[in-house]
Design a protein around this ligand. Structure first.
Ligand SMILES: *Cc1c(COP(=O)(O)O)cnc(C)c1O
Length: 392
């Protein structure tokens, strides 16, 4: 065996996204202790930078040491007590994961189902809350990465508050890629991931809890079932000035990476990042449609940074994706769950969201679709995308 040398891939899937060399370099710095006063300064800066990307002043804002799924589980395990009635919205794979976790925690789930590829319907949401007036928590996914559908988080949170419910929002794919305003929209608890639009190292999950949510947790009748994820315990490490208690050994070098990625995000500015993702989304869609492909999600409900496109009839899903990877070094995502074999998920997240990378992806896909037998005039996708970039 030799040291591992990964191939140089262009990551245009649903995450992880490309990591900037400055972030990789930060992670190669020497490891220091997780209670070193210098490390505590870094933790405080990460908290401040996360408050910026979440657009929140919540004190309880920190990265869970684990992937987005652990962030999801952390939020649910803190908020749910056995027997509690919880509304969970499911319009794709990740809503289903929330439902699964909530169920294991003993919640009595009231499910709002929406077809895959569509946003959650606010009217159905309102009707359900009206009918179940004893519900105190609602959970939904903002950007459903499995289908490419973006729900109107602002409206859903507003409706939930009319019925006095706490809101838990999955912002794994939305954070840093499209508009998300935790405080202004009134989101009570929100979690995300490091490896999507923040373009940090995989394995960290930024979360934020407001005062109302912390009060709800304080008032629990039973202890949080997970010791590791109990937010009151974790906060003894993630807040409190220089007086920190050991909770677990933080993933030190990963946090160096997250810090650098967040610095880059702040330097660009959130609104500029949202605009960049949207512009590149428009160019990508123009290119895909110029090849005769059809987007899987209605225009007004699309996640800019995750584009679900229908696989044309007669085209071999697996063969095209494998050739993209092996011949062009480009990764795109397959369909998940009930959409497997039906769609491709083309991401353009964080540092992967650049004009030149969109063009490279379109060129390769165009060539491979011709090899699959589609009649596509050479260069049409690039021309259509260029048209969007030129108009910007
Ligand atoms: C990726 C993703 C997750 C899970 O994140 P992991 O880091 O893979 O555990 C959860 N929710 C959504 C919407 C995602 O896109």
């Amino acid at each position: 065996m030799n040291s591992f040398q990964p191939p140089e891939r262009l990551l245009m899937g649903p995450g992880p996204s490309r990591i900037d060399p400055r972030v990789l370099a930060a992670m190669a710095n020497p490891t220091i202790g997780h209670l070193d006063p210098q490390f505590i300064i870094l933790m405080d800066e990460i908290k401040e930078l996360l408050q910026y990307v979440f657009q929140t002043e919540n004190e309880a804002t920190f990265p869970v040491s684990g992937p987005g799924s652990l962030g999801m589980e952390s939020c649910l395990v803190n908020l749910i007590e056995p027997g509690m009635r919880v509304v969970v919205c499911q319009n794709g794979f990740f809503g289903g994961r929330m439902r699964e976790i909530a169920g294991r925690l003993g919640a009595e789930i009231i499910l709002i189902e929406e077809s895959w590829g569509r946003a959650i319907d606010p009217q159905k949401f309102r009707d359900t809350l009206k009918k179940h007036s004893d519900v105190r928590l609602v959970a939904f996914v903002h950007a459903e990465t499995s289908t490419g559908a973006l729900s109107d988080a602002r409206t859903l949170v507003e409706v939930a508050h009319e019925f006095d419910c706490l809101t838990l929002v999955d912002a794994v794919t939305s954070l840093g890629g499209c508009e998300l305003k935790t405080d202004e929209w009134g989101i009570d608890v929100c979690y995300s991931g490091s490896q999507k639009c923040l373009s940090g190292p995989p394995g960290l999950s930024p979360v934020t809890f407001n005062e109302r949510a912390l009060q709800h947790i304080k008032n629990r009748n039973s202890p949080v079932q997970s010791w590791f994820m109990d937010v009151e315990e974790v906060l003894k490490y993630w807040s409190g000035g220089l007086k920190r208690a050991y909770h677990h050994t933080a993933p030190i070098n990963n946090l160096y990476g997250l810090h650098e990625a967040l610095l880059l995000a702040r330097k660009e500015g959130l609104e500029n990042a949202w605009k960049r993702h949207f512009q590149n989304h428009r160019a990508l869609v123009a290119g895909l449609e110029a090849m005769g492909l059809k987007m899987a999600v209605p225009e007004k409900e699309r996640i800019p940074q995750l584009n679900a496109v229908e696989i044309p009839g007669g085209v071999d899903d697996q063969r095209v994706r494998m050739k993209l990877l092996n011949e062009y070094n480009i990764e795109i995502g397959a369909g998940l769950g009930q959409m497997a074999g039906q769609i491709w998920r083309i991401g353009q997240m964080g540092a992967s969201s650049q004009a030149e990378k969109i063009i490279r992806t379109l060129r390769a896909l165009e060539q491979l679709l011709r090899e699959e037998g589609l009649q596509i005039p050479e260069g049409v996708s690039e021309k259509a995308a260029d048209g969007v970039f030129a108009g910007a």
